[in-house]
Structure formats: C-alpha cells, structure tokens
Design a binder for this molecule. Structure first.
Ligand SMILES: NC(=O)c1ccc[n+]([C@@H]2O[C@H](COP(=O)([O-])OP(=O)(O)OC[C@H]3O[C@@H](n4cnc5c(N)ncnc54)[C@H](OP(=O)(O)O)[C@@H]3O)[C@@H](O)[C@H]2O)c1
Length: 251
C-alpha cells in the first residue's frame, strides 16, 4: 500500500513510519521540513497522489481550546480536501482516551478533531490511545526549573508510542471501521512516579515536585479518567521496559 503519514516526524509519527516500512508499505512522510505545511495546505495535493490511506498524527502544543480546535479542524479539512481530489479511500486519525469527560483545553480540540473526521467526506477510522510513555519526557522538558521539575498529579495507563504506531498501520491496512477499540498501556501509574523512575534510570539529579492543580481537567486526570475502561485493548510494553529500550530519549 501507499501510505501518507501526516506528522511523520513526531513522537508517534516516527513509529508509524517504522511500522509501515517494516510491513512493506510505501511511505510518504509529511512534515514542514520536507515541504508540506498541513495548516496552510502547501504541498498536500502532490503528496496524496496514488495514496491508499492517510494516517494523521499531527499535533500542536497548546492548552487553549480555541487554538487546539482551530489546529485540528484546519488540518483535517486540508487533508480531506487533498484526499478527496486524489481519490484516497481511508483517513485514519489518532485521538486520546477520556476526552469526552474532560472536554477542556487541548482535549476540546481533540473532540472537534474526532467530529471533523467522522463528518468529513472520506471513509474513516479513529483510534483513541492513552498518554505515551514518552509523555514523561515531554513533561520534563516543559516543566523544568533549575534542579526542580514540576509534575502535575495525574493517574495514567501509559502506552508505548511504538505500539500505537503499529496499531495505526494495522488499522490503515484494513477497510475503514469508524472508531476502533481504545488502546491503553499495561499498567496503572502516576506521572510523578514515572518521571522519578526515568530520572533514576538516566542518573538525572533533579527533584520532582508533584502539584495538585486546580480546574476540571486536572481534577479529572487526578481521579483516573485518562486511564480508559475495561473494554480497551492493552499494550504489552510497560514503562520500565520502555526505559530500557532504544525508544527512550535520554537527552
Ligand atoms: N503525546 C501523547 O501522549 C498522546 C497520547 C495519545 C494521543 N496523542 C495524539 O497523537 C497525535 C500526535 O501526538 P505527538 O505527541 O506524537 O505529536 P508531536 O510529537 O508533537 O508531533 C507533531 C507532529 O505534527 C507535525 N506538524 C505540526 N504542525 C504541522 C504543520 N503545520 N504542517 C505539517 N506538519 C505539522 C510535526 O511536524 P514538523 O514539526 O516536523 O513539521 C510533527 O511531526 C496527536 O493527535 C495527539 O493528540 C498523543
């Protein structure tokens, strides 16, 4: 198959590319560095030519519901337009477990994203996954102040981005299914504990300060709403296995 990966340079996008290539597919990897800007539409038509399916794993860093909604609806509309003209028959999107109950900030944009995908002109599939193990790295980069790292109190069931990437390719290989079974990781964890274990593994001498933040999003994530239900499918790679794997970025 010829698969277009939007967001191919991202945390999960790199694994989607790896999984697609190792399963013998022809990959068209989209990112701004290779000349495609999905927000302004540059280079999209050319990239879609001859594609069988598109996997969208783009993202933006924001806590604003308006900015997140604008990003995901614009990206979806631009991809749909190019897919329609090129005759692409399957649009695959990645979303997040728990967004219905935590419809605020970035997650409000993900709900708008899911609506845009399901109401659009291209037959679709979408997968909701929990936070990636890589989330511990992302939080650490954004929340560091000198020797301290501020980490919000959150309960998670984190999954390896590698397993999410493989699942997305498996979905893209089949006929569109609408919403797929959610994918979570194998174990219940707290974010602060993940960061502490990551620091111990890396030999990083920083102190983790766990914060109980106010507001609907943080209350919900503290109570475990991001972990998903019993009917989700569970990945096999736990956080400590992921730390020891080549996928953990020790920067
Ligand atoms: N992170 C998590 O824990 C998690 C968990 C569940 C679901 N998700 C979902 O997974 C998806 C990917 O998340 P991620 O954490 O892997 O994202 P990420 O690491 O931030 O990567 C974002 C990707 O989007 C691309 N991108 C952004 N703006 C673009 C533009 N204007 N034109 C073209 N490409 C653009 C970036 O490419 P360039 O910057 O190279 O152009 C990059 O490849 C998102 O939909 C997110 O909601 C994430």
């Amino acid at each position: 198959m010829r698969l277009v990966i939007a967001g191919a340079t991202g945390t999960v996008g790199r694994h989607v590319v790896d999984a697609a290539q190792s399963r013998g597919h022809e990959v068209v990897a989209l990112s701004r560095s290779s000349g495609q800007d999905i927000v302004n539409g540059a280079g999209l038509m050319q990239a879609m030519s001859g594609a069988d399916a598109v996997v969208d794993v783009t993202s933006t860093v924001t806590t604003s519901a308006a900015k997140s909604t604008a990003f995901f609806t614009t990206v979806t509309a631009n991809l749909h337009r190019a897919e329609f003209q090129a005759g692409v028959s399957h649009h695959v999107a990645l979303s997040i477990v728990g967004i219905d109950t935590l419809n605020v900030g970035y997650y409000a944009g993900k709900l708008a994203h899911e609506r845009a995908v399901s109401e659009g002109p291209i037959p679709w599939s979408s997968l909701r996954a929990t936070q990636f193990h890589e989330f511990a790295e992302q939080v650490t980069r954004r929340g560091s102040i000198g020797p301290f790292v501020a980490v919000p109190k959150i309960l998670l069931r984190p999954v390896a981005a590698r397993e999410v990437g493989t699942r997305l390719v498996e979905i893209a290989e089949r006929a569109p299914i609408g919403r797929a079974t959610d994918l979570t990781g194998p174990d219940d964890e707290s974010l602060a504990d993940l960061v502490r274990r990551m620091f111990a593994f890396d030999g990083t001498k920083r102190r983790v300060i766990e914060l109980s933040l106010p507001g609907k999003y943080w209350r919900g994530s503290r109570s475990g709403l991001l972990r998903g239900g019993r009917d989700a499918s569970r990945g096999r790679i736990g956080f400590d296995d992921w730390l020891a794997s080549g996928d953990h970025d020790r920067r």
